[in-house]
Design a protein. Structure first.
Length: 125
């Protein structure tokens, strides 16, 4: 809902848990339209490591969602999308327990780091 307060073209959420996905859907419906600058919001119940990454400029927000095994798969999924469609991608990663995986991804550059956040980006084209 925080992202909807900004002028993004579209917001896509991916939730593995059906229960949490249902809660997200309810939250979207109950969040006042007057608070939203972006009203194009979709939430999918899916495995993020297999999710079809949208084309075009992209901001990925992570709040320590996975352990290393799944994070490795997510990074590979983002890499595949980037190879198919080179573009600006930002990864904003709060509580970056697995930041080393993004840091070691050859297509990403870390542009910010602290105890609580790591931000990465791709090369611009």
């Amino acid at each position: 809902m925080v992202a909807s307060r900004y002028s993004f073209k579209k917001i896509v959420g991916v939730e593995y848990s059906e229960h949490l996905n249902e809660i997200a859907q309810i939250n979207i419906l109950n969040f006042p339209d007057t608070e939203k600058k972006c009203k194009n919001i979709e939430v999918f119940c899916a495995d993020a490591s297999q999710f079809d990454i949208p084309a075009g400029p992209l901001v990925i927000f992570l709040f320590n969602p996975f352990r290393e095994q799944v994070m490795n798969l997510v990074v590979k999924n983002v890499l595949t999308s980037y190879q198919q469609n080179p573009r600006q991608i930002f990864v904003i990663y709060f509580t970056p327990v697995c930041a080393n995986i993004w840091r070691n991804a050859s297509f990403m550059t870390q542009i910010e780091t602290s105890k609580w956040i790591a931000i990465f980006t791709t090369q611009t084209y």
